[in-house]
Design a binder for this molecule. Structure first.
Ligand code: SAH
Ligand code: SF4
Ligand code: F3S
Length: 481
């Protein structure tokens, strides 16, 4: 076993990757590693990578480029590329960055500690990846992606009170533009009992908010003793875990937004009324080329159903602009959809051609960069205006906030936190809106009522509601300050 090794890890991509990094760090801590934020000081440098857009890969390759020189000075430094780019590019990574020692795919992360030891002992350039989707039967490929989630590492979480729990891996939807079915393999759901046990352990560690993760999380299905457990049932099973105050789940696939799930969200008080259901485009022709599997009319039907079941449920979306062949008229249909659905927020991406996908093979990336950029900005401006109007409707209302801790600005302003004075805190409502307010940092991890008095496009601004209680003498004392 190594002692006092220093690990630098950088993570990009989605929440799945954040969770994967948490598990890798937990395993390495057991092998005597400590985290460092200084890459120069590290004897092991890991990048947990994302391939969903070219830009994410570029950033990693340029970081790797910079490390070439530090490796010359520190030949013992072990450099590893983990995750989606490792699975997608495999040996190609050594060609582009010859000083990399390890390439480890999403399904082999449990092998990282052993592979680092071997690299340090002198064997160079190890690759561990899963089978590609055509290299075996479905069950062989599935098995090669299977990873398990045994170890947790609190220091790597968004906050000590929030944790991700994987309920499924992979994706079988094969949208034509997307690499995820390649990098994460076939869709596989975890047994409900394992998930419930993990939630209990996290609750015992002080976690208050659980976010269930899956690429298409509402496609979750697991057959147990002959009967099918779906996401609605899973939510019900973990709902009463002592200590857990809130449950969220991302990302939803429009076609699998069934009524049983909407009723579960409505009826289970700890489940946030927030659904991230990417539409991707407002044009039927574009949706068809994307092979998203639904029409705009079906998306709207789903959206209306959400509204019927829960008027106050926040819905957010993703859009891709500048998909091959997207005309101005087709782009404008995405604007129409944003206006019609009034999403809480939308993540908007410029189409990025990904080698290995159907779109890459079949459609030239024919929308010029400046057109993509303009469409991105136009759609974002319209969405942001809607988000601000929506946030403004909260002014004068009281919201329940799970306090996460000091806000970004107070963390910056106050490098050395002074004793216990009030500072700006940040948290979220059950419908996933960000709220900032002044308060005592000790409130982190609690549910607190906040009265909203102002807002921006992204944030509600408020002050803590201090309930006044009658004391024996008749004086009024605030109980929450
Ligand atoms: N599983 C999720 C999304 C995973 S990727 C889902 O299906 O909704 C996150 C987002 O990245 C997608 O929703 C999509 O909007 C965007 N995206 C995926 N591939 C892309 C590509 N090739 N170019 C640009 N954006 C892409
Ligand atoms: Fe990619 Fe589509 Fe699967 Fe989402 S549903 S991960 S966009 S293939
Ligand atoms: Fe990126 Fe892989 Fe997530 S490609 S978005 S890190 S599943």
């Amino acid at each position: 076993m190594d002692h006092n090794r220093k690990l630098y890890i950088e993570t990009v991509g989605c929440q799945m990757n954040m969770l994967d990094s948490e598990l890798v760090v937990a395993a390495l801590r057991r092998h005597g590693y400590e985290l460092t934020s200084d890459v120069q000081e590290a004897d092991t440098v890991l990048f947990n990578t994302c391939s969903v857009r070219e830009h994410a890969e570029h950033k990693i390759y340029s970081q790797l480029g910079r490390l070439k020189y530090s490796k010359r000075r520190r030949p013992k430094q072990v450099i590893g590329v983990l995750g989606c780019m490792a699975q997608k590019d495999q040996e190609l990574i050594f060609q582009r960055a010859p000083h990399v020692d390890l390439v480890v795919g999403t399904g082999q992360l449990s092998e990282v500690p052993r592979m680092i030891d071997e690299a340090r002992a002198g064997s160079r350039r190890a690759v561990a990846v899963s089978l590609s989707r055509k290299e075996g039967t479905r069950s062989e490929v599935s098995e090669s992606f299977q990873s398990y989630d045994p170890l947790r590492e609190p220091a790597m979480r968004p906050s000590p009170f929030q944790a991700f729990v994987r309920i499924m891996i992979g994706c079988d939807k094969f949208c034509t533009y997307c690499v995820v079915p390649m990098t994460r393999g076939p869709e596989q759901s975890r047994p409900p009992a394992d998930i419930a046990a993990e939630v209990r352990v996290l609750a015992e560690q002080g976690v208050k908010e659980i976010t269930l993760l899956g690429q298409t999380v509402n496609s979750y299905k697991y057959t147990e003793n002959g009967s099918l457990v779906r996401l609605s049932e899973l939510l019900a099973r973990i709902h009463d875990t002592p200590g857990i105050d809130r449950i969220k789940f991302v990302t939803n696939y429009p076609r699998d937004m069934t009524d049983d799930l909407l009723f579960a969200v409505r009826d289970l008080p700890k489940v946030g009324r927030y659904l991230h259901v990417p539409a991707q485009s407002g044009s039927n022709d574009v949706l068809k080329i994307m092979k998203r599997g639904y029409t705009v009319e079906q998306y709207l039907e789903m959206h209306d159903r959400i509204r019927e079941v829960m008027r106050d449920c926040a819905v957010s979306s993703d859009f891709i602009v500048g998909h091959p062949g997207e005309t101005e008229a087709e782009f404008e249909k995405s604007i129409d959809l944003v206006r019609r659905c009034r999403f809480k927020n939308s993540f908007i991406f410029k189409y990025s051609p990904r080698p290995g996908t159907k779109a890459f093979d079949n459609y030239p990336d024919d929308i010029p960069e400046d057109v993509k950029r303009r469409r991105n900005n136009v759609l974002l401006d319209i969405q942001n205006a809607i988000s601000e109007e929506d946030n403004a409707s909260f002014i004068g209302r009281e919201v329940e906030v799970l306090v996460e801790g000091p806000s970004k600005s107070s963390r910056k302003a106050d490098e050395e936190p002074s004793a216990n004075g009030p500072i700006q805190l940040v948290g979220r409502t059950p419908c996933d809106r960000i709220v900032v307010f002044d308060g005592n940092p000790r409130l982190a991890g609690t549910l607190t009522n906040v009265a909203v008095f102002d807002c921006t496009q992204t944030t509600l601004i408020g002050s803590i509601v201090t309930r006044e209680v009658q004391h024996g003498s008749g004086s009024l004392l605030p109980i929450l300050a």
